[in-house]
Ligand binder design. Sequence first.
Ligand SMILES: [Zn+2]
Length: 378
Amino acid sequence: MTTQTVEPTMPRYAEAALDALSTSILASLGVPGEPNPLGLEPVERACLLVVDGLGWDLLRAHQAAAPFLSELAMTASPLTAGFPATTATSLGTLGTGRPPGQHGLLGYQVAVPGTGTLLNALRWEHGMDPVEWQPGSTIFERARAAGVRAFRVAPGHLRNSGLSVASMRGAEYESADTLGALVSRAAAVLGANAPAMAMVYYGELDATGHMLGCGTDAWEYQLAHVDKLAEQLASALPQGTALHVTADHGMTDIPAADRIDADALPQLRDGVAMLGGEPRARHVYCEPGAAGDVLAAWREVLGGRAWVASREQAIADGWFGPVDPRFTERIGDVVAAPAGPWAIVATVTEPRESALIGMHGSLTSADQLVPLLTLTTG
Ligand SMILES: [Zn+2]
């Protein structure tokens, strides 16, 4: 495992991160009060394709498998996802147009303050009310209030998930369980409405990378399907639609030898009440009075291989954007993010997550940078 020091790729909230993309799209559709830092041109219809796990670095490394997207990438720049670079957080950012510190979906597993429990934002089995957890408006609600029809096109099983309600309530939901259905439903709803927007979500590239690795033939074959999905959208959407392609995070493969097991190292568990987050973005919740000792221990064990910060320091350094005081205690007393392709697994308490090959979450460019590819259909 290397110990070289690298600079973190810090999220560029409100300028060139996923929150900026969402508000810019609303602004392009004429929704008042929405900043347009990306300078998107006015349009009647916009389609945002969110490809789970399509990192900028990965796309650039696999151009032959994705000729359509790669040609668009030649004249494009990446965005930063945000921290942690994980689906729950990034869908919260895209769905609200606000940074994580303002929507409160602060990771894959975060503490529910005062309960001694963690909320898994993908499984949402906690019983927590999603509206209470993320009380702010969504971009879909703000679009509709301005007279813009706002659709979400995604697999049917996601429709009423806690994460969907928290991050994207107010969308008119179009269930689409196959690649062809995603294209046809997006084309249908945008063809019949203006002004209108549609957010299209595809999750299988991320799933392939987690299970098999993003450096594999399987991932590359899956990327080719994504490329065709984007190409079909570009030809099927009504003329003059702005099509934007982005992702919620990148990914990196973690060799078996490059995993520190927090469940096997007492130094990483002493004084720790709950271990949250995920292997490349850890929220460490401490016993009362132990935060200082835990911070010192984690810094000593992880050394220069990770960015390790106290909650206060991580907030001050802008990891989450400006943090709403209601959400502060959802952040770990200590936050840790690997500074290279390795991970802090927990083989006993998180056997499923610890077995994954591809992972994401940290502040490296592989995790943070995602494409912003834009075209206007002709
Ligand atoms: Zn993932």
